[in-house]
Design a protein around this ligand. Structure first.
Ligand SMILES: [Zn+2]
Length: 265
């Protein structure tokens, strides 16, 4: 949809927005009368960018009612290096599937083209690699003092120079949860013709449901979902974090981590 049509739609619905050049920002609540109207345009992909870039907010009750959250960084920066060959350099690709992009296992540390552009932010993820988080070294000691479980802190190399970058570390999430995700209303279910694995494409709104026993019995503050997500050759797991992690983000005013409360059933 063209920019002009999006503005007309927002005006017609009486939705107030702010704009900074090409980026339009607005807030809408699920109980707003216009929410369903707007959602139809998003569901039909007429306004596709909205769902991908939207930031969702949850009430205190929704947050307090669970111990687990799916998290992601809204600050995407740059690409893994070397861009045209990182699959072979960073990953063991002996089980890689060229049909769906799944099967990569990290074998070497990540490389970036330079120190990340942090601004005020402390967490980023790289484009293409949706299930790896990187942390700003300036808060590393603070982060480490929490003794979160399920992660290792790894260096990140300056690509081509083979030296360690100063301002960034990789939060390597070590474990994968057992199958426990009750996937409802996926936008897409993809069964790979080559490897027969199933991937999903999900909207980010609403809630995700997981098996209570499996999630509560794992001992990790950070863990990856068993299930794999992404269209085309994108194949990543969701990052699941405990409430201890969420409280850390809130206490330290980490605004670039978006979270979704998990409903346990
Ligand atoms: Zn496959």
């Amino acid at each position: 949809m063209s920019e002009k049509k999006v503005i007309t739609l927002l005006n017609d619905l009486g939705i107030k927005y702010t704009t900074n050049s090409m980026i339009y920002t607005f807030k809408i609540f699920e109980d707003d009368l216009n929410f369903e109207k707007l959602k139809k345009f998003i569901d039909k992909k007429i306004i596709s960018d909205f769902s991908g870039n939207a930031k969702y907010y949850y009430t205190s009750d929704e947050i307090n009612s669970t111990e687990w959250f799916v998290i992601r960084s809204t600050h995407h920066w740059s690409y893994p290096q070397p861009e045209n060959n990182y699959n072979n350099i960073i990953y063991d690709n002996s089980n890689y599937c060229t049909g769906c992009g799944s099967g990569l296992i990290q074998k070497d540390i990540f490389q970036m083209k330079k120190e990340p552009s942090w601004g005020k932010r402390n967490f980023i993820h790289l484009h293409w690699v949706m299930d790896e988080l990187f942390i700003n070294s300036r808060i590393l000691n603070n982060f480490k003092s929490q003794n979160f479980t399920g992660i290792e802190i790894e260096n990140v190399n300056f690509y081509k120079k083979n030296i360690v970058l100063n301002t960034v570390k990789h939060l390597k999430i070590c474990n994968i949860l057992e199958k426990s995700f009750f996937i409802e209303n996926p936008e897409k279910i993809i069964t790979c013709e080559k490897c027969n694995k199933t991937k999903y494409v999900l909207g980010w709104g609403g809630f995700y449901k997981f098996n209570k026993t499996i999630l509560n019995n794992n001992n990790c503050d950070f863990i990856k979902s068993h299930e794999i997500f992404g269209d085309g050759l994108m194949a990543s797991r969701y990052i699941i974090a405990s409430k201890k992690v969420l409280n850390y983000f809130i206490l330290n005013k980490i605004d670039e981590i978006e979270f979704k409360p998990i409903v346990l059933i």
